[in-house]
Design a protein around this ligand. Structure first.
Ligand SMILES: Nc1ncnc2c1ncn2[C@@H]1O[C@H](COP(=O)(O)OP(=O)(O)OP(=O)(O)O)[C@@H](O)[C@H]1O
Ligand SMILES: [Mg+2]
Length: 1107
């Protein structure tokens, strides 16, 4: 399955075609349309085989994020959609894994995005290569060299706000692991004319503006600069500000970058001092001065600026002033000094500024190289990144454009050579026949420029070295002669009549048909620029500076090292360095990024077909595709090809066991692809027509769908089967577990049953045994018992026998005794008959009585009268005696007891006895009263002050003082009264006040009536006609009825010598005034507890309910 993932995504879901090789039909329109379509969908990269076409989007796209880096990391080139990262990754991996040095050639016209592309390549490589503190520092230094060089070497042009005004080739060096070690930067021909003059709408190098905008006041002051751009002649004013560019911020970035790269503080300071000096040089102005000998001289207008420059650079002011006024020419030990006129002075000033700046730039590159130089001497792998100024066609093209375009021509040349060579080599490698393909080879143009004899550069050098007057016109003349026949050279004055009437071609110009189009060069300045002349006086003045950097920049100014040989011309220098570069590039594996500018407006979303078409043409991209497709449009190694299409053939699907090539052969045969459509190389299959490839793709897509269904089907089947098998397996497991469990249960049941049965059997056996044993034992015991019984029987029989014997013996003895007795009695009867019986009887009786009394003496009960104990009668005949004895004893002890009484006690007991006689067995209340001592004075009248009056009224001894209830005769209700009994009277007094209510002499009391029941009611009947009887009898109730009645009886008896009549009856009559009322006692409910209730029923009846 994993292998299936290898996908050539270039073929999957592409907008247009990702690789132009697959474009069908292939022509300019379809090419542009494809680019446009992709551009419109934000796809700015497209391949031509391994070449990346990059269209400048002019806006930031989200395709350079760290996630994207990860996406492209270690992926095959064609695996993902076209990207500069894919190319970078391919180059880096090829370098790391196959040990091939790489170069990345970025070409395209100004503003096409070369510099950005180079930075993207560098940042990608930095992101994917090794990590670690040291490696990271190297990476950081390599990356930070860019802002420094861009600040000093880039400028805003009409084409590009950040146009590289120098060529740059950077070798990044890696160790065997692919970790970066360092780098080397080569720079090519800085466009130094920009320092002193910029075309309209363009700016000087960024650094000037950055210093003025970003440096602190303090720093500016140190540099003797002012912030105002307009103060400086060298700064083009019309576009000093660039939209979207923050010069001040960039200045900080540059300083920071310089610090990271390793510039010391004093070095940075020196660099900015030089920049300031250059800027200030522009402000030196000259005025003409006529000498006596008629020679023109010039003079510095305002020396202030000169003074400041000298202070900055540490040059003697007079030396510099002189250098601006004189020119010394040395030849053969002869020194000739001539004065400079104003124009020459300006020329000298500008030459100095340009040289100072360009040398500073070269010094910067050297200084950066020093920092980023690899520290080890181990063998290095190299990845070169070439970002050279793009092909330029301006209105006025001068020497610089000529040089730049020459360089681009060379790059195109190497591109053609390498692509074709590579293509050819591949065919040869793969053993495929090579068919020649027509394409434009620009070698002829390169030759026009660089040919050692007839080349334009050679002509220019020749002119420059030629003695005599040399002007740009003489140079053009020479060109017109030498190059007239060259088909890519055009000039009005040439011998070739073709251009005689070409008015678009001015006389002072020549035109070259570059691979990228025709460019007309103004010949003016060519000679000077090629000479690149700096008057010796100036270089010597510079060397004399105390500013060490400036001194180092002008080594030729040292008089000791004076060299009379002409320095090499700019053209030849450039040619040489381009030649070195080309040689260098040829040793490396090339990777191409062809940058295309979609519009001239630096605007996003605009795709100018004509502009793009032009670039495609001169970049030879169509030829590139054609060459790539020469013979075969598409090639692929056998393995990935088989992997991709193997599903189209039964033999190869799903696995092909044999070699991949054989598999592809089988596959293609099976698919019946016409033989002329493909070719088998050694390691690759070559497909002639994109159509075939697309057909394959279509088939694949369809087949993939079928396969997806199949896979789905199989997967579903597999899933169901697996599930089924799992369920089955589970079921078996469950069943086995269940069976095991059931068997276990069964076994346990059987086991326990067996144990039970066993235990029963054992029990039964044991019992049987026990029974047997018991039986045996019983038998034994029985035998013993029987024996014992037997013995017993025997013994008893024997005993009986013996007893019988003994009894017989005794009987005999008794009988014998009786007989003897009888005989004796018969014998002695005659002597005792008269009194013997009686005497014996009495004696015996006496003896018994004696014994009885003696025993009684010992058994006597206690002396307590209430002790009921009495010994048991021993003999029946003493029954009456015994009873009599008991009675006597009791009486005796009662007497004994009475004898102990005091008189008081005697009286009490007499009273109690009296009460007993009166009430015992008559009144139910009586038994309860036996235990209560008779107290008489319940109310202590004498002690209670309340009753003082009562006490005083009664002077007799009080026998009873007690509270009684007097029953109201009318309604039966009770009222408390004090009942007093004295020796002679009965008194009733009010309980509260103690006032005497009634007083009855005892003689007037005739009778006392009461019920037989358990109540305390009693009636005191009075003698009819007595004084107290007026109100009638008293019906009273008292808690101490028995006591009261007894005492009343006794007192009456003692006073009147008459027994008071006490009537005990449940119905008696009471005299109430005139009426006689019957008081009737009935058995009542226990509603009111134990208190009897009294109710008047009618005139004649008062009912007392006794509970
Ligand atoms: N990949 C990109 N994504 C977004 N913007 C880009 C990209 N490439 C280029 N640009 C924009 O285009 C401008 C010009 O690009 P760049 O400086 O790389 O051009 P160049 O080819 O180096 O031109 P020159 O030859 O003048 O140096 C950049 O400043 C940037 O604004
Ligand atoms: Mg650039």
């Amino acid at each position: 399955m994993a292998k299936m993932e290898v996908k050539t995504s270039l073929l999957d879901d592409m907008i247009g075609v990702g690789d132009m090789v697959l474009l069908e039909p292939l022509n300019e329109d379809s090419f542009i349309n494809n680019l446009k379509k992709r551009f419109d969908h934000n796809e700015v990269y497209t391949y031509i085989g391994s070449v990346v076409i990059s269209i400048n989007p002019y806006r930031s796209l989200p395709i350079y994020t760290p996630e994207k880096v990860e996406e492209y990391r270690n992926r095959n080139f064609y695996e993902l959609s076209p990207h500069i990262f894919a190319l970078s990754d391919e180059a880096y991996r090829s370098l790391r894994d196959q040990d091939k040095d790489q170069c990345i050639l970025i070409t395209g016209e100004s503003g096409a995005g070369k510099t950005e592309a180079s930075k993207l390549v560098m940042s990608y490589v930095a992101a994917v290569c090794g990590k670690g503190a040291e490696v990271n520092q190297v990476k950081e230094q390599l990356l930070q060299s860019n802002p420094v060089l861009e600040a000093f070497g880039n400028a805003k042009t009409v084409r590009n706000d950040n146009s590289s005004r120098f060529g740059k080739y950077m070798d990044i060096e890696f160790d065997f692991k692919g970790d970066p070690l360092g780098g080397v930067i080569s720079n090519y021909l800085l466009e130094k004319s920009r320092v002193v003059k910029q075309p309209r709408g363009e700016r000087n190098f960024h650094i000037f503006y950055q210093i003025l905008s970003g440096a602190s006041e303090d720093f500016l002051c140190k540099l003797k600069l002012e912030r105002d751009f307009s103060r400086y002649n060298y700064l083009g004013l019309d576009s000093a500000k660039v939209n979207g560019v923050d010069d001040a911020a960039n200045f900080r970035t540059v300083r920071n970058a310089m610090q990271i790269v390793g510039f010391m503080d004093h070095e940075t300071q020196s660099v900015f001092e030089v920049v300031a000096a250059v800027l200030k040089l522009g402000n030196i102005e000259f005025k003409p001065e006529s000498r006596v000998n008629g020679l023109d001289e010039s003079k510095i207008k305002d020396k202030n600026e000169l003074k400041e420059i000298c202070e900055l650079t540490g040059i003697d002011q007079s030396v510099l002033e002189r250098a601006f006024s004189f020119r010394t020419v040395e030849a053969k030990q002869e020194k000739v000094s001539t004065t400079l006129n104003v124009a020459q002075a300006y020329y000298a000033r500008d030459a100095l500024a340009k040289n100072l700046y360009s040398r500073l730039f070269s010094w910067l590159v050297t200084r950066i190289n020093e920092s980023i130089k690899a520290q080890t001497k181990v063998r290095k792998k190299v990845m070169g990144v070439l970002d050279i100024y793009g092909f330029e066609i301006f209105e006025d093209n001068s020497f610089e454009q000529f040089i730049i375009n020459y360089c681009n021509e060379k790059l195109q040349q190497i591109f053609i050579e390498l692509t074709l060579k590579e293509e050819q080599e591949e065919y040869i490698r793969e053993g495929i026949e090579w068919t020649h393909i027509e394409y434009f080879n620009n070698a002829i143009i390169c030759d026009l420029i660089e040919n050692n004899q007839t080349g334009i550069l050679a002509m220019l050098d020749e002119e420059c070295l030629r003695p005599g007057t040399v002007t740009d016109d003489t140079f053009l003349e020479k060109l017109n002669q030498v190059c007239a026949t060259h088909q890519h050279f055009e000039s009005r004055m040439s011998k070739c009549s073709r251009f005689l009437n070409d008015t678009s071609l001015p006389h002072s110009c020549f035109r070259i048909q570059h691979y990228a189009g025709k460019v007309m060069y103004q010949v003016e300045g060519f000679v000077d620029k090629n000479n690149d002349l700096l008057y010796r006086d100036l270089s010597q003045a510079m060397w004399k500076a105390s500013h060490s950097l400036i001194k180092a920049l002008f080594p030729e100014g040292n008089p000791a090292k004076i060299n009379l040989k002409r320095p090499p011309t700019a053209g030849s220098q450039f040619k040489a360095s381009v030649a070195t570069l080309m040689k260098n590039l040829q040793t490396k594996n090339p990777n191409y990024i062809r940058c295309i500018k979609p519009n001239d407006k630096k605007a996003a979303h605009i795709f100018n077909d004509a502009l793009v078409c032009h670039q495609i043409r001169y970049l030879g991209l169509l030829e590139n595709v054609r060459v790539r497709r020469a013979g075969y449009a598409f090639r692929q190694a056998y393995e990935p090809c088989l992997e991709r299409y193997k599903m189209l053939c039964k033999q190869t699907w799903p696995h092909w066991r044999g070699p991949a090539r054989a598999g592809v052969e089988v596959l293609f045969n099976e698919l019946e692809i016409p033989e002329e459509e493909f070719s088998f190389g050694r390691s690759k299959i070559f497909i002639r027509n994109p159509r075939t490839l697309f057909k394959l793709e279509d088939l694949r897509k369809q087949r993939l769908e079928d396969l997806a269904t199949l896979i789905e089907k199989i997967y579903r089947g597999w899933k169901c089967r697996t599930r089924f098998l799992l369920m089955k397996k589970s079921q078996i497991v469950i069943a086995s577990w269940y069976r095991r469990y059931a068997q276990q249960k069964k076994y346990q049941k059987i086991k326990s049953s067996a144990i039970i049965v066993q235990s029963y059997i054992r029990g039964w056996k044991a019992r049987k045994l026990l029974r047997e044993l018991k039986h045996q034992k019983r038998c034994n015991e029985a035998a013993t018992i029987i024996a014992a019984y037997w013995h017993g029987t025997q013994a008893r029989r024997e005993l009986r026998r013996l007893k019988e014997e003994a009894r017989n013996k005794h009987a005999i003895a008794v009988i014998w005794a009786y007989w003897l007795g009888y005989k004796v009695r018969r014998e002695y009867r005659k002597f005792f008959r008269a009194n013997a019986g009686r005497k014996i009887y009495e004696f015996t009786l006496q003896r018994l009585m004696q014994k009885y009394f003696l025993e009684m003496k010992n058994k006597m009960p206690s002396l307590s009268p209430i002790d009921k104990n009495w010994p048991v009668r021993p003999y029946l005949f003493l029954d009456s005696t015994h009873k009599e004895l008991k009675r006597i004893f009791h009486l005796w002890r009662c007497k004994k007891y009475r004898d102990q009484f005091t008189d008081q006690q005697k009286l009490i007991y007499e009273e109690k006895l009296e009460a007993s006689e009166l009430f015992k067995d008559k009144k139910a209340l009586y038994p309860a009263s036996v235990g209560q001592p008779f107290q008489g004075a319940y109310l202590e009248i004498s002690k209670n002050p309340k009753y003082k009056k009562l006490k005083d009224a009664v002077d007799e001894k009080i026998i009873i003082a007690e509270v009684v209830n007097k029953i109201n005769r009318a309604n039966g209700k009770a009222t408390s009264r004090i009942f007093l009994l004295t020796k002679n009277n009965v008194l009733l007094a009010d309980q509260k006040s103690g006032n005497i209510k009634s007083e009855v002499p005892l003689g007037d009391v005739t009778k006392v009536s009461m019920s037989s029941q358990n109540d305390g009611f009693f009636a005191v009947h009075l003698k009819e006609g007595s004084g107290a009887a007026g109100k009638g009898d008293f019906l009273l109730s008292s808690d101490h009825l028995i006591e009261m009645a007894t005492k009343l009886y006794r007192t009456t008896l003692s006073q009147t010598k008459q027994k008071l009549n006490i009537e005990i009856s449940d119905e008696f009559l009471v005299q109430f005034r005139q009426d006689k009322v019957c008081v009737k006692f009935i058995q009542g409910s226990q509603k009111n507890g134990n208190i009897p209730t009294c109710k008047r029923k009618n005139n004649r009846l008062l009912e007392v309910a006794v509970p």
